[in-house]
Design a protein around this ligand. Structure first.
Ligand code: CAA
Length: 693
């Protein structure tokens, strides 16, 4: 029985799943579990069966790699019935994470015991599917419809004490899990507990209006995603149909989603997120440097968010700023943000104080003399950053890693300023740094391999998804974004309005369009960024100066009540005829004849300009793989997960289609903007995609 071994302790059979790394329910595991149940049934000396897992976790779900192809029997949805129907008590002993199909197997067992640290969830919705092995039918029977709806549609996981409190598990065991489970079984045998089959439990009555309420809420929160809505339908089957029929309907709905494009894209996103942790050509022998303490230079919003990320992971943080008031403000912000976690019950008051006790504030660089890693987060000005790196090179200990949070500037210049270029690297966090999961780690020309290994590792340790990129203007994410922003600006000049462009991107699946983002982030901030990049902008970009005009009018966006849009006192946006008039006059002054521009052209120009830039980024080796680009856009720029990222989407559209469109826009807008990258042109010609290059 590959994947499952059968043993016994006295009258108790033990089925141990051993399928590293996460005990996924591969065909061998499914078959092994079915065999184990049969063996226990056939052996008259065995009175109960414990299902436990070797390694770091309980079954973490179906084997996602098997999705998309034909499944080999036994299917999970049949297996769970085999488990549930067995006539000897079956007990799941859970450690690590019981996720997806793993939790479905556990719920099909008659009893569940777990370690204190175990976690439980049905994350299928994140893969664009729904729990297809009875999860939507059994969970409501154990924990009630509302809790089940929340768990299934959000896809998060809950800790063992909560699982116990809501009735998902029967007991938390301390000490050795197997021995704890056996003690539990001995007790139940001795006391003659009847077998309790989850599927036979009634679903507690519920107001059917709850289903519509959830659907409405999800239509907003998870706009565009099909799976959350289907999850609600599936849970409703548990109320409307007997178990077996509910399971059949659930499975059919799951298969439909699994075969659809959204799930394909979301599965791609799942594996891409893991792929980016592996650096091509990097020897596994390279050891990360130990990091036990961290410094942050610059106590502004970014530095404070970065400090919180490290505090949350338990690192002591020294924050260095120019003056005491800015440091005090940073500490107050930390207290406020971490206090939010206390208010939500996610942290205790003592926990908060313990975290803040890890902070040291100083106006002297010398306070950084002992730290292992410094992240510089001062404002985006080369001269200021050079000063910081010169100083850091002098005060920090040899071997301490010196990272910059710059989003555009050339790291190699800072590396030279430090006098220790091998220790210098980019760690580009995204705002708000304590929330956003993306971390672009930037390798300089002389960055030491073990420094790269360290920042990749530490990114994971602080809950980020680290992507390694090379030096280039705006690295990967902002470099592609700048091409999209450029097209958005040109489209305004040619005939579109800010609200038309925003709507196209919102309909595409972004939370906001570029002009809504400008008004939120501040037109003054955009103006300053544009000034800083003036030297590398083309002549047409210089002249496409609507942002400068708004800036001069003091229309800084939401904060001044007017930007591209007009705002009422509740910050509700409305299209502003004044801005439309300003744009029309701008076009006339530039001699550009405005025309009606279709949404299709807007979408293509915004998206294809980005994809073409992504192709150049690959060509230049700034990103090693299309996965890196997709993860950056999914994690840092709100690219809709159900489209899988720009490069994945490009492959779905077809590179030939994109190439043809680029040629069309090259003729219309200009070769300096739309000339297809050599890589894209070659792949289009060969009928390949970025992922099948
Ligand atoms: N199937 C296949 N491979 C899986 C997998 C799965 N369900 N879960 C994890 N892996 C692989 C990862 O791809 C990774 O492989 P590589 O080392 O080759 O990159 C390896 O296992 C380790 O995974 P992580 O790097 O994610 O390890 P971690 O310790 O950080 O996290 C985990 C462990 C929490 C279990 C995390 O892997 C996870 O969330 N896995 C997915 C869980 C999930 O979505 N389960 C539901 C599956 S769908 C389902 O079950 C459908 C159904 O109802 C029928």
């Amino acid at each position: 029985m590959a994947g499952v071994t059968f043993s016994r302790q006295g009258e108790i059979g033990i089925a141990t799943v051993d399928n590293p790394p996460v005990n996924a329910l591969s065909q061998a595991v499914r078959a092994g579990l079915a065999d184990a149940v049969r063996m226990a049934e056939a052996d008259s000396e065995i009175r109960a069966l414990v299902l436990i897992c070797a390694g770091r976790t309980f079954i973490a779900g179906a084997d996602i790699r098997e999705f998309g192809g034909p499944m080999q029997p036994p299917l999970i949805n049949n297996l769970v019935f085999d488990l549930e129907r067995t006539n000897k008590p079956l007990i799941a002993a859970i450690h690590g994470t019981a996720l997806g199909g793993g939790l479905e197997v556990a719920m099909a067992c008659h009893f569940r015991v777990a370690t204190e640290q175990a976690r439980f969830g049905l994350p299928e919705v994140k893969l664009g599917i729904l729990p297809g092995a009875g999860g939507t039918q059994r969970l409501p029977r154990l924990v009630g419809v509302e809790t089940a709806l929340t768990m299934i549609t959000e896809g998060g996981d809950i800790p063992a004490p909560k699982a116990k409190a809501i009735g998902l598990i029967d007991e938390i065991v301390g000490g050795d899990l197997l021995q704890g489970a056996i003690a539990f079984v001995e007790r139940l045998l001795e006391e003659g507990w009847p077998i309790r089959r989850t599927g036979e439990l009634p679903v507690a009555a519920v107001d059917p209006a709850i289903f519509d309420e959830f659907k409405k809420k999800l239509a907003k929160r998870q706009r565009g995603f099909l799976a959350p809505q289907a999850c609600v339908d599936a849970v409703r089957f548990a109320v409307d149909y007997p178990l077996e029929e509910g399971c059949e309907r659930e499975y059919a709905l799951c298969l439909e989603l699994m075969r659809g494009p959204q799930s394909k894209a979301q599965r791609h996103a799942f594996f891409a997120e893991r792929e980016v942790a592996k650096i091509p050509g990097f020897s596994p022998e390279i050891q990360a440097r130990p990091v036990n303490s961290v410094g942050v230079v610059g106590p502004g919003a970014m530095g404070t968010g970065i400090a919180i990320s490290f505090l949350n992971a338990g690192y002591p943080v020294v924050i260095v700023g120019l003056d005491q008031p800015s440091l005090d403000k940073s500490l107050a912000t930390m207290r406020k943000i971490l206090g939010g976690a206390v208010a939500k019950g996610a942290m205790t008051e003592e926990g908060l104080e313990a975290k803040l006790a890890l902070v040291t504030l100083s106006t002297h660089f010398e306070a950084l003399s002992e730290v292992d890693l410094v992240v510089e987060a001062v404002f985006e000005d080369m001269a200021a950053k050079i000063q910081v790196f010169t100083k850091l090179g002098q005060v920090t200990r040899l071997g301490a890693i010196l990272a910059t949070n710059t989003s555009y500037l050339d790291i190699d210049i800072l590396a030279e300023a430090s006098g220790r270029p091998a220790d210098v690297v980019g760690m580009h966090f995204f705002n708000p740094a304590n929330v956003m999961r993306l971390l672009e780690n930037v390798r300089g020309a002389k960055t030491a391999p073990d420094v790269i290994a360290t920042v990749m590792k530490i990114g994971k340790a602080i809950g980020k998804v680290s992507v390694l990129v090379g030096i280039s203007d705006g690295f990967v994410g902002n470099r592609m974004l700048s091409k999209r922003s450029r097209e958005a600006m040109f489209l305004l000049e040619e005939g579109a309005t800010p609200w038309q462009i925003d709507k196209v991107l919102v309909d595409f699946g972004f939370a906001m369009g570029p002009y809504q983002v400008s008004d939120l982030a501040g037109i003054d901030v955009q103006y300053a960024a544009r000034q800083a990049r003036w030297g590398i902008l083309t002549e047409r970009e210089h002249q496409a100066n609507i942002v400068d005009q708004l800036y001069r009018l003091g229309r800084y966006g939401q904060k001044t009540g007017a930007g591209y849009y007009a705002y009422d006192d509740k910050r509700n946006a409305a299209p502003d005829p004044f801005v439309e008039d300003l744009i029309v006059r701008h076009s006339a002054a530039r001699g550009i004849a405005r025309r009606a521009i279709g949404d299709g052209e807007i979408r293509e120009r915004l998206l294809y300009a980005m994809i073409n830039e992504g192709a150049k980024i690959l060509e230049e080796g700034v990103a090693a793989r299309p996965h890196d680009i997709d993860v950056i856009w999914l994690m840092g720029f709100g690219f809709p997960a159900y489209l899988g990222g720009p490069m994945f989407l490009a492959d779905q559209i077809g590179l030939k289609t994109i190439h043809d469109a680029l040629l069309k826009y090259e003729a219309r807008v200009g070769p300096e903007f739309f000339k297809p990258s050599a890589l894209l042109a070659r792949l289009a010609l060969e009928g390949k995609g970025f992922y099948s290059a």
